[in-house]
Design a protein around this ligand. Sequence first.
Ligand SMILES: C[S@@+](CC[C@H](N)C(=O)[O-])C[C@H]1O[C@@H](n2cnc3c(N)ncnc32)[C@H](O)[C@@H]1O
Length: 269
Amino acid sequence: MRQFSPEYLRRTRQGLWDGSREALDPLSLADRKRILDAGAGTGELARVLDAESPGQVVCLDADPDLLSVAHGETGLDVVVGDATRPPFFRDAFDLVVCQALLVNLPDPVAALRAFRECSTDLVAAIEPDNSDVGVDSTVAAEVTLEQRVREAYIAGVETDVALGDQLPSLFREAGLTPVATRRHYHRKVIEPPYDEESMAAAARKARGDALVEHETELRRALSPDEYDVLRDEWREMGRAVVEAMREGTYRRAEVVPFDVVVGRVDGGA
Ligand SMILES: C[S@@+](CC[C@H](N)C(=O)[O-])C[C@H]1O[C@@H](n2cnc3c(N)ncnc32)[C@H](O)[C@@H]1O
């Protein structure tokens, strides 16, 4: 199982649901009584669920360290366990939802089947489409290098990290009836005046942190020489970003699409 740090989850989810939450409408959060956030990590989605629903929100994850952050920061109930065999009674929830979990599982249908067992009504998945990320930058090399890294990562990762458009058929395979499909866009912009977060992101680029975070997957897709060349070019690009920030000329925009699919359990309300 791929490990995630609390810092990575906080950084990559920042602002995800700060704007429009329209894509969550089909989850009928205002009507829910008990919600399970499966693969909750540090509770980035659970906080949104808790804010939007009068129901009780429970966080499930295989990583106890992430859950302790979730509990410490939200006070929500947390349970350590495997999302493909959730430690709950049948029909314990009226919504089981996951965010960026299925893209990390070798058998996403097994998880969806397990969610169906736990829910009396709805199951939902919110999954990033990593093959359709858009980046624009005043440092041209950033656009091409991010594209190269993304392609190598998708080729080297052992799960399907771009399964968005297959979600409805995965739901059907798991015995769920898809009732709504939405797309939500996570937009991030860096522009002057730069905040501390943006400066830290540039410093991470100059150090090549992103390549280290994904080194296992990248090395599966690239030869040792290709990896070394990519890392050197990446760091050089990072230094150009830092320099452009010093001059106040750097601007970057990124859009990460998330597919939101909601399915009904047969016989649900
Ligand atoms: C990319 S993170 C997403 C976390 C959170 N949902 C979010 O959007 O920030 C994937 C999470 O799934 C958890 N995970 C991976 N495989 C799991 C499994 N089989 N059972 C439970 N949790 C799992 C990881 O520990 C991690 O917290």
